[in-house]
Design a binder for this molecule. Structure first.
Ligand SMILES: O=C(O)c1ccccc1NCC(=O)[C@H](O)[C@H](O)COP(=O)(O)O
Length: 231
């Protein structure tokens, strides 16, 4: 049986590491091309070897250069549980997510009314996907709690601005107190340094999700290890 996404994070934490989920994204609306000639599948394998407990794969094509094919290839070549990050708005999207090999799926509070969010949450569980319910405001975190979410993300950036806003890890510090009771909290986006990753954990995050800072490193493995230094 495959390892659940959330169990993989908790196991890494128990082992004394800061659980860093590397975000496999090919481009960023703010920074442009992130691959700089590197193969994202090889990068995913390298980060898995470096100790990543789980992976995030952005499949949105237009702004982030992702694809379902990329998700499928990474799922085929690594054993880690994978989160699909995209703008998921239908049950059909969920089914495709599972077919392509993901274990977890992003559900964004900001892009759907509560009844649809609730429906997608329930359908994801039925299909065998762990939903990561993502919030950027206090109201959205409260909405996440009402779904019954066990895995909650605070996005330090406003995804509706497609990452072009200046995210800050203080968003996690400000909002963590409103996370649903007993939920596993992931701080996402705009974390650049080990100190910022540790600040997110001190604020209440159980794990952090980092893309750009890893992709911008000359040595991705070394950057990954530095970011996940002991708690
Ligand atoms: O996070 C979302 O809501 C999202 C939805 C659809 C496509 C992309 C999305 N976010 C982008 C990311 O996942 C970030 O790349 C990730 O949080 C890492 O951020 P950073 O470390 O700042 O690159």
């Amino acid at each position: 049986m495959n390892t659940r996404f959330s169990d993989a994070l908790l196991a890494r934490k128990k082992a004394g590491f800061l659980p860093v989920i590397p975000d496999i994204k090919c481009a960023s609306p703010k920074e442009g091309d992130l691959l700089r000639g590197r193969d994202p599948v090889e990068a995913a394998k390298l980060l898995a070897k470096a100790g990543a407990p789980a992976l995030s794969v952005v499949t949105e094509p237009k702004n982030f250069g992702g694809s379902l094919e990329l998700l499928e290839r990474i799922a085929a070549e690594t054993k880690l549980p994978i989160l699909r990050k995209d703008f998921i708005t239908s049950v059909e999207d969920l089914k495709l997510t599972k077919t392509c090999g993901a274990e977890a799926v992003l559900l964004i509070c900001a892009i759907q009314p509560f009844p649809l969010l609730m429906e997608l949450y329930g359908e994801a569980l039925k299909i065998g996907l762990e939903p990561l319910v993502e919030a950027h405001t206090k109201e959205e975190l409260i909405m996440a709690g009402k779904t019954g979410a066990k895995l909650v993300g605070i996005n330090n950036r406003n995804i509706l601005e497609l990452e072009k806003d200046d995210g800050t890890v203080y968003a996690t510090a400000l909002l963590a107190a409103y996370k649903p009771k007993d939920a596993i909290l992931i701080s996402e986006s705009s974390i650049q340094t080990p100190a910022q990753a540790q600040a997110a954990v001190r604020a209440g995050a159980d794990a952090v999700l980092i893309g750009t800072a890893i992709w911008q490193a000359e040595n991705m493995r070394e950057r990954y290890l530095a970011l996940s230094e002991g708690l």
